[in-house]
Design a protein around this ligand. Structure first.
Ligand code: PMV
Length: 331
């Protein structure tokens, strides 16, 4: 039986993606720029079993729920049809971070699944092809194929062939530090796909969000090239808050924050007033990601420890690209 194990690291966006220009191929309405994290990753093993009747999916030690298994099987099927191989797949996937911590496990999850399935099927895929395929599983997964600073292009073609991610700069270009303040553990209220559809249909800020997006991407590219933390801060917070404004004005409102999320934002603002390099971003969940420099990491760590409602703080450097850790054939 052919098998392969791959590891992909999670990422989060500094310039966010929210909204789709196409649902069938999962095409984003806007581009995005992210950083990949070293400390948080998914490891996935795919074994092709010619004798099995069905795919089997185990996530973090337990059989996947029906909707999760269906989404993963659909993705494996996409890759199987590319390879012209019909063997069923046994998928075993583990996150090294707590499940339900509201972190983007779909980003590292679908990237690891794409790399492992591609290797098990013997497909020789380029990183760009892997990114394009991962996008079909989850938009943010397209970015987890690469390490460091990454841009996902929205593309304009209907077939999605120009919608993939590319590295902007490697991790060591600007060794930033990231803290993830976990404020609630539990599943999120509204998944990103249905949330995005609702925002597009009802939020009065959806079109202004899409229209003002390209300038944020351009400014973030220069902030990264120049290692300009002031500009990084301005654009990261502007993109985050514009996205949450779109969400809050969705009908009914998408409120991903908890009280402690806002407490973390205020703590970051206090640090900024003291001259500390720190900025925050929040995705479709309550956790707050705080970005800082190596020099100011101790001050940020100390400040986050004291915020009521913060359950735990995870810490990471910028991380590497997705890799195949092992592959082979067993009897
Ligand atoms: O990749 P998805 O479908 O989980 O969407 C990601 C959406 C955000 O995390 C809110 C923003 C982003 O760009 O990662």
């Amino acid at each position: 039986m052919r098998h392969a194990t791959a590891r992909a690291h999670t990422n989060f966006a500094l310039v966010k993606y929210w909204g789709k220009r196409g649902t069938a191929l999962n095409l984003p309405a806007v581009g995005s720029i992210s950083i990949t994290l070293d400390a948080l990753f998914t490891r996935t093993t795919v074994t092709l079993d010619p004798n099995a009747e069905d795919d089997a999916v185990t996530l973090n030690g337990t059989p996947a729920s029906t909707p999760d298994a269906a989404r993963i099987t659909r993705f494996v099927e996409l890759m199987r049809s590319k390879a012209g191989i019909a063997d069923r797949a046994i998928v075993v996937s583990e996150n090294n971070f707590p499940t339900g911590a509201g972190l983007a496990s779909s980003a590292s999850g679908f990237a690891a699944l794409a790399v492992a399935t591609g290797a098990a099927l013997g497909l020789r895929l380029t990183p760009r092809e892997l990114s394009e395929l991962s996008r079909r599983g989850s938009g943010s997964a397209a970015r987890s194929i690469f390490g460091g600073f990454v841009e996902l292009y929205k593309g304009t073609k209907d077939d999605g062939s120009d919608c993939y991610a590319e590295p902007i700069a490697p991790s060591d270009h600007w060794p930033l530090k990231v803290f993830v303040a976990v404020v609630t553990e539990g599943p999120k209220d509204t998944g990103s796909t249905s949330g995005m559809d609702a925002s597009k249909a009802t939020s009065p800020y959806y079109h202004p969000w899409v229209d003002t997006h390209p300038v944020d991407l351009a400014m973030m590219r220069s902030a990264i090239a120049d290692k300009d933390f002031g500009h990084l801060t301005r654009i990261t917070e502007r993109s985050c808050m514009k996205m949450h404004a779109v969400m809050l004005a969705t009908d009914p409102a998408l409120i991903y924050w908890r009280g402690a999320s806002i407490e973390v934002v205020h703590a970051v603002r206090t640090l900024q007033k003291q001259g500390v390099a720190a900025t925050y971003t929040i995705d479709a969940g309550p956790q707050v990601k705080v970005i800082t420099t190596e020099d100011d990491a101790d001050k940020v760590r100390a400040a986050l420890r004291d915020i009521p409602g913060v359950i735990r703080v995870m810490e990471s450097n910028l991380g590497p690209a997705a890799v195949v850790e092992s592959a082979g054939t067993d009897a």
